[in-house]
Design a protein around this ligand. Structure first.
Ligand code: IVH
Length: 690
């Protein structure tokens, strides 16, 4: 008998490694479980990145051990089971999936396989497209009318979601133009545009409602509504990427030309679709789209390369689950899973208590993340978090990393995360305003955390601009009880400062000078420095231009405040609340006494411009000009630009994939123009003003 030395790692490994068949069976079991959660329950229990790794592993094991390949393996199937709530739809031509490549080498190998199969060395022409991260949908048009819309389902049988699809604004109910086949099935992706996804989650967070984990879940959840009135309130958009069944043969022989034909019939097509004639061209495309990723209106998880010549596509055909003539080149994942080590409760400038997840560091979206936002108390409860849980971290676009879900079954021995009852810094009571999800420390400037941040905000670049008064210095000054309000800064002496860490006499003198210089300021900077809730730069400018003096602003009632652009009921209430608090008034008086002053503002002469007195809102993506450019042009014609649609709005400019603002404008019966109409308007008004 062979002797085994149990202390040798090699032998241990040999003893413990299961057979290939066992590994394959185990992988299939876990992947089937993931599929069930993902497709059937709409609740992933693993990140896409982890899923892709598992599928790759299984595919490799199966290809190295073909004797264990079976038709029921998850590598041979597409999608998941069909939900029973919607009626079933048979896909005459199955809706398939795509193979993946992750590197230049894998792409080269893919193209080489194509060349070998086609028996050619010529450069192949590819149609290259962004890989939208949403939900695959089939749209069946008969005699040019949208007859039926279905999800992919398991690839052969999908769900009939016609009623819901008909609420999506950029899907035409009737095709326009010429040579429309008697029957044509358009395939593409339904997405929730990123701007709308972020706005939706922000509102959900404020109202203590459930957030969507990511735009794809948002699109899927919105389409799976049984009540299409709910779907109609969700800002969804569709982009075409191919054709399924078609009754006529009179279509172009090029995939790219077919997409342009689809576009000409009125269906949306991503602006990023183009053609590339070489591997290098495809790679350049990959990198340029990767760079643009954060600025695209929708979330993408890679690009897709498709042989452009339809005849070659037909020649290459399919392997069980995917076409041989196309592959996806995946981007680095924006979601990864990691361990939740702890939760810290931070106190913000306005007292908001924000839970922050402390994580086992994980590489996601190109950086290592060890902290992520957990938003608020409701979110912790919704996720049901405990220390030691495995969580999904999402780091997308320029949004701070967030915990979006908890994975796997709960371990009952883990310690649940409990939201504190008292402020973690000053131990004061916490309060929650009705209809707000945020919980705040009630102590205001009596809380050291709020004091430090209020003083720091007061001295920052956009406010009083006190050079050299950084976070560390403010922290030391507050901890040493040298200051407790911004007004105390003006009573500091250099000899008090030299006592602080890393503060020599020269630095102390410079800081005292900077504090002194800050006394000469502007009304807008001073008002911004007060840190009134939801009163940012734009609002401050509107307020100061409107009221001209601090005294008039302080005396303004709710009605007077709401007459100012961009000031709604909530902001007006915050302003009134701020000026009613005696300690705020005391600080203001002390600051003015210390010598803070600004040039007196005078009313601007009312120039009569063509759009004077009109309020415009810009929403969606403009394709011919930048949003900021449109904003400036409208402003030079006298228009006010507002960020939100209200009864005060005169006109909404709706670009591509405009969402909730467009809906609101429709609800309120406000004039809506598209980009083309905007161009015409600008041109005619610019001409009229010379
Ligand atoms: S082509 C037969 N093109 O990716 C080819 N798919 O992983 C089928 N997707 O189910 C798909 N953008 O939901 C294609 N430009 C694009 C795509 C795209 C996103 C999705 C689609 C598909 C999945 C495959």
């Amino acid at each position: 008998m062979k002797k085994v030395n149990y202390f040798q790692p090699y032998c241990l490994k040999t003893l413990m490694t299961p057979s290939f068949e066992d590994q394959i069976l185990a992988l299939r079991e876990v992947i089937n479980r993931y599929n069930l959660h993902y497709y059937t329950h709409d609740e992933p229990i693993i990140t896409d990145a982890e899923y892709d790794r598992k599928i790759q592993q299984l595919r490799q094991l199966e290809s190295e051990n073909p004797e264990f390949k079976t038709p029921d393996s998850p590598t041979q199937k597409v999608g998941g089971a069909v939900l029973s709530a919607f009626s079933k739809v048979n896909h005459e031509i199955p809706m398939l999936s795509l193979g993946n490549v992750y590197s230049a080498e894998e792409l080269e190998a893919f193209v080489e396989r194509l060349n070998n199969r086609l028996d050619t060395r010529d450069d192949l022409l590819f149609c290259v497209e962004p890989k939208l991260d949403g939900l695959a949908i089939s749209l069946l048009y008969v005699k040019g009318h949208l007859l039926r819309a279905a999800t992919r389902g398991d690839g052969r049988i999908g769900e009939d979601v016609t009623h819901n699809i008909k609420t999506i604004k950029n899907i035409p109910l009737t095709l326009k133009g010429q040579h429309i086949p008697e029957l044509i099935e358009i395939r593409g992706e339904v997405v929730m545009p990123l701007a709308d996804f972020n706005a939706y989650n922000q509102v959900a967070e404020q109202q203590g409602q459930k957030r969507f984990a990511n735009p794809r879940n948002a699109a899927a959840g919105s389409l799976r509504q049984l009540d299409s009135k709910i779907t109609a309130t969700r800002p969804l958009a569709f982009y075409s990427y191919g054709i399924g069944q078609v009754s006529s043969e009179a279509l172009p022989d090029s995939h790219y030309q077919r997409l342009l034909q689809i576009k000409a019939w009125g269906l949306p097509l991503s602006q990023e679709v183009e053609r590339q004639g070489s591997v290098q061209g495809c790679l350049n495309y990959y990198h340029s789209i990767l760079q643009k990723r954060d600025n695209l209106p929708y979330e993408i998880d890679g690009v897709v390369y498709k042989i452009d010549d339809i005849k070659l596509q037909e020649k290459l055909g399919f392997v069980s689950r995917a076409p041989r003539w196309a592959t996806a080149h995946k981007f680095p994942a924006q979601e990864e899973q990691t361990l939740l080590l702890d939760v810290e409760f931070q106190v913000g400038r306005t007292g908001a208590i924000t839970p922050v997840a402390i994580l086992e560091p994980v590489f996601v979206g190109g950086v290592t993340v060890s902290r992520a936002s957990l938003h608020n108390k409701d979110e912790i409860a919704r996720l049901g978090l405990s220390r030691g849980d495995t969580v999904v971290i999402r780091r997308a676009a320029d949004v701070i990393p967030q915990v979006t879900s908890r994975l796997a079954e709960k371990n009952p021995h883990f310690e649940a995360i409990i939201f504190p009852d008292l402020c973690p810094v000053c131990q004061s009571e916490l309060e929650q305003i009705a209809d707000e999800a945020t919980i705040r420390c009630s102590a205001g400037l009596f809380c050291a955390a709020q004091r430090k941040q209020a003083i720091q905000y007061f001295s920052s670049r956009k406010t009083m601009n006190i050079d050299g008064l950084g976070e560390k210095v403010v922290e030391q000054l507050v901890d040493a009880d040298l200051i407790s309000t911004p007004a105390d800064l003006y009573g500091l002496h250099a000899d008090q400062l030299v006592e602080l860490e890393r503060m020599g006499p020269k630095k102390a003198e410079n800081l005292i000078n900077a504090i002194h210089q800050s006394k000469q300021t502007t009304f807008a900077r001073f008002l911004l420095a007060m840190g009134i809730r939801e009163v940012g730069e734009a609002t401050v400018n509107n307020l100061t231009e409107h009221f001209l003096t601090l005294q008039r602003l302080q005396q303004a009632d709710k009605e007077a405040l709401q007459a100012v652009d961009d000031v709604g009921e909530v902001v007006a209430q915050h302003i009134i609340h701020f000026f009613r608090q005696s300690h705020n008034v005391e600080v203001i008086e002390a600051l003015l006494e210390a010598g803070i002053h600004w040039p007196q503002l005078t009313a601007k002469p009312q120039k009569s411009l063509p759009l004077s007195g009109k309020t415009y809102v810009l929403t969606g993506t403009l394709t011919q000009m930048k949003r900021n450019e449109a904003k400036v042009l409208l402003q030079t014609l006298g228009a006010k630009i507002s960020a939100s649609v209200s009864a005060k709005t005169d006109c909404v400019v709706a670009g591509e994939s405009a969402g909730s603002k467009l809906l609101k404008a429709r609800e309120l019966g406000i004039a809506i123009i598209d980009e083309e109409q905007l161009q015409v308007l600008l041109a005619s008004l610019q001409n009229s003003t010379g």
